[in-house]
Design a protein around this ligand. Structure first.
Ligand SMILES: CCCCCCCC/C=C\CCCCCCCCCCCCCCCC(=O)SCCNC(=O)CCNC(=O)[C@H](O)C(C)(C)COP(=O)(O)OP(=O)(O)OC[C@H]1O[C@@H](n2cnc3c(N)ncnc32)[C@H](O)[C@@H]1OP(=O)(O)O
Ligand SMILES: Cc1cc2nc3c(=O)[nH]c(=O)nc-3n(C[C@H](O)[C@H](O)[C@H](O)COP(=O)(O)OP(=O)(O)OC[C@H]3O[C@@H](n4cnc5c(N)ncnc54)[C@H](O)[C@@H]3O)c2cc1C
Length: 672
């Protein structure tokens, strides 16, 4: 099933674009990767993956049946896992199994999703984050060596968001020193877990723990569900695939039910709480939500995942826009490249800037996460609420923004963007799921809002608050910030908007309580504003972090790299300031004239970035094998590739489809 891509000359329009570049592309690539050494390591790993079997499928994935797609994905997953296990991890180090490079090289194998993704993405991280040292020694080597393949089964048919409402039970039986797992209702069936439907032989299960007649809430258990030799479901296990979805077509998302299924006591993941042999429950965690740790970890990693997906979509749309020509501007003049239209630049340059904003913020978030986890290991959980609030809003906003920008990339490619061979629909449907999974957008912003309301009350009473909300100490009691059109001024305005909205939420809640509502109802009635306040806080964090990190990381860069990186960050600030003019008018002293000036400067910036646009996406350094796009390949031979992909449609395998003789001809002849 291997096909070789024909080598072609670079399209003259793209070649001309590359000549216009005025900055050192490699320097920008190094900044995105996190340093020159990281770029070299990434390239080395990509070479290993691509020389070892990553391949174009002769028949595109989308032309296969569901079953064929799954089987092809498994075939490739096994090849890929072997390479990861035997060669890549030697370079990254076994402890860096979650390295973004592995995620990136996986794309060279899978246009859609690997059924093993959740094994490496959630099963292994849960073992690491939730096991005792003994459990880790037992399970982790097997998982890393692919001796066992796992899934993460938390969500049920009836509940995804409200984890405390999960119904699966794990009841301890001290006589046999076993837990009995049971699914008491149809709504208690596990639903959605990736890799569970057909692939996994183990999974982590979240269930309500009962011991000595008492319920202790949700805990995690490791459960073998299939025989390691025959792969048949074990007695007491009902497992299968949940059926076709909008995307994730080869991820075999599954359902799982238990009929009084027994597992040994040692299979409860006991890092934060345990059940003794006699059934005694002992809680050691200093914070009640540490069992939610894998979710926080994934939320943190999703920010860089969004940067990666956006960089793919932007690369496709910008290369395409450089070779696509449409509409005469003046009679008898050549049609311009569509990238010359300011409206096209408005759709696309923000995608490049946002990919940078998310990438730089994600590195900062990752460092914050590591520091907080190091504290937690020492028994200090003070920074956990702030980390939860931060990772929740950044996950929500980055997935939501990435989704709408990717849709803009598709719009920017006109009809051809609708083709699956462009890869934009795959990228879109993958990112659409991220807005929901690992915590829905609204739900996570409301988590952040809880933290913000408390922080606002602290700041209001003159107490110092934690770093990401420190702006509240400055702005909580200010009515309107004075508008200043420098980058510092714009960042401060975003902080003023956030503070203003949080303050308004607090006042609404208080007013509602005064008018007789209890706190829960007052909160509920204010949730539309609370979501907007949490989003505003997240934007303040994003603009501030992106700007500071950009300045820090370009300190020793060449002058032109500094300029272009600076231009992108200013574009990001201006784009969002213009998107939020209503808020600026409400919470700052900005005037109509200031906004008109801002609009003009934004349009000038689009023009200034235009000559470097193709090189800026080249700097993402996404190889064709990873992009999988007829519109986005490095050579820009868009029309040849579209035609080539069209030939692969199964409908073109024969000149006349049998349905002609069976139905159309009889219809034409009046014989039907
Ligand atoms: C090595 C071998 C080679 C192998 C090779 C294999 C080849 C692999 C092929 C490809 C490789 C690819 C590489 C992998 C790359 C990985 C990419 C990652 C992809 C991941 C894909 C993920 C798929 C999706 C998975 C899922 O969706 S899992 C399910 C997720 N579910 C949710 O997120 C549910 C959301 N709900 C909640 O989180 C909670 O219920 C809630 C909304 C937070 C409420 O919780 P609860 O009711 O319990 O709490 P409350 O009472 O509301 O709050 C009480 C207080 O607690 C605070 N709180 C809540 N949560 C937390 C927390 N996590 N931390 C800290 N504090 C928390 C809350 O704020 C309250 O505080 P208070 O002070 O206000 O009281
Ligand atoms: C592709 C995909 C893969 C997945 N993989 C896994 C997996 O591997 N393992 C796993 O365990 N799960 C997985 N999930 C499940 C996923 O985590 C849940 O779907 C997600 O957490 C949302 O929960 P829900 O489906 O119950 O939505 P619901 O909570 O029912 O949400 C429905 C609507 O109600 C709103 N809503 C809900 N609660 C509130 C509230 N308190 N306040 C205001 N509005 C609210 C939401 O905003 C949303 O608009 C996956 C899901 C998808 C789509």
């Amino acid at each position: 099933m291997k096909a070789n891509r024909p080598k072609r000359d670079v399209h003259p329009d793209l070649a001309r674009e590359r000549l216009k570049c005025n900055f050192n592309i490699e320097e920008v690539t190094n900044i995105i990767d996190g340093g020159k050494d990281k770029t070299l390591e990434r390239k080395k790993i990509e070479d290993i993956a691509l020389n070892n079997g990553a391949c174009l499928d002769e028949i595109p994935d989308e032309c296969l049946s569901i079953k064929e797609r799954y089987e092809n994905a498994i075939r490739k997953s096994c090849i890929y896992s072997n390479i990861v296990r035997n060669e890549m991890l030697e370079i990254t180090g076994m402890e860096n199994f979650e390295s973004p490079v592995l995620r990136r090289t996986a794309d060279a194998f899978f246009k859609d999703i690997s059924p093993f993704m959740l094994h490496l993405g959630m099963f292994v991280p849960t073992l690491i984050g939730q096991s005792t040292p003994e459990q880790m020694a037992e399970w982790l080597p097997k998982a890393l060596d692919m001796k066992i393949i796992g899934a993460y089964a938390q969500t049920e048919l009836g509940h995804g968001t409200f984890i405390r409402g999960l119904e699966t039970t794990a009841t301890y039986d001290p006589d046999k020193e076993e837990f009995v797992l049971h699914s008491p209702t149809i709504t208690s069936y596990k639903w959605w877990a990736g890799g569970l439907g057909k692939t996994a032989n183990h999974c982590v299960v979240m269930a309500q723990l009962y011991t000595q007649g008492e319920c202790h809430g949700t805990h995690l258990f490791i459960v073998q569900i299939r025989d390691l030799d025959t792969h048949m479901p074990l007695p007491g296990i009902k497992v299968g695939e949940i059926g076709p979805r909008m995307g994730f077509s080869s991820a075999d998302n599954g359902f799982l039910g238990f009929n009084s299924f027994r597992i040994p006591r040692q299979n409860m993941l006991m890092k934060h709480a345990k059940v003794e042999k006699d059934g005694c429950y002992v809680k050691s965690a200093k914070h009640g939500k540490l069992t939610y740790g894998t979710m926080v970890f994934i939320r943190v990693t999703l920010v860089s995942e969004m940067s990666f997906n956006l960089s793919k979509a932007a690369t496709i749309a910008i290369r395409y826009s450089a070779v696509r020509r449409q509409t005469e501007l003046r009679p008898n003049e050549p049609e311009p490249q569509i990238l010359d239209y300011p409206t096209q630049q408005h759709k696309l340059f923000i995608c490049i800037a946002t990919a940078h904003a998310f990438q730089l913020t994600s590195k900062w978030l990752w460092d914050t996460f590591q520091a907080v986890m190091a504290d937690v290991r020492k028994g200090n959980v003070d920074a956990l609420p702030e980390l939860h609030a931060l990772s929740s809003c950044l996950k929500a906003v980055s997935t939501s923004d990435a989704l709408s920008h990717i849709e803009q990339c598709r719009f920017a490619c006109g009809g051809h963007g609708y083709m699956l061979s462009s890869n934009l629909p795959f990228i879109y449907s993958f990112v659409a799921a991220t807005r929901t999974y690992e915590g829905d957008y609204t739900v996570l912003l409301l988590q952040t809002a809880r933290f913000l309301v408390k922080a606002w009350e602290q700041a209001e009473s003159g107490n110092n608050v934690t770093p990401t909300v420190a702006y509240l100490n400055r702005t909580a009691n200010t009515k309107r910030v004075v508008w200043d059109n420098t980058h510092e001024g714009i960042i401060q305005s975003f902080q003023a908007i956030a503070a203003g909205k949080i303050g308004q939420c607090v006042r609404s809640i208080r007013d509602r309580i005064k008018s007789g509502m209890d706190y829960e109802d007052a909160w509920l009635m204010t949730t539309v504003q609370l979501v907007a306040a949490a989003e505003a806080h997240c934007r303040a964090v994003l603009v501030n972090t992106y700007w500071n990190e950009m300045i820090r990381l370009t300190k020793s860069s060449s002058a032109n790299v500094k300029t272009v990186m600076h231009q992108l960050a200013v574009l990001y600030l201006m784009y969002w300031a213009l998107e939020k003019t209503g808020d600026l008018l409400k919470y700052s002293s900005v005037s109509k004239q200031d906004l008109d000036d801002l609009q003009r400067r934004y349009e000038e910036l689009l023009a200034a970035l235009r000559p470097n646009a193709v090189s800026l996406v080249d700097a993402f350094d996404l190889r064709d094998e990873i992009l999988h796009s007829s519109l986005g390949s490095y050579d820009g031979c868009v029309y040849e590739r579209l035609m080539e992909e069209a030939q692969k449609s199964p409908l073109n395998a024969e000149p006349v489809n049998p349905s002609f003789h069976k139905y159309i001809k009889p219809l034409m002849q009046g014989k039907l």
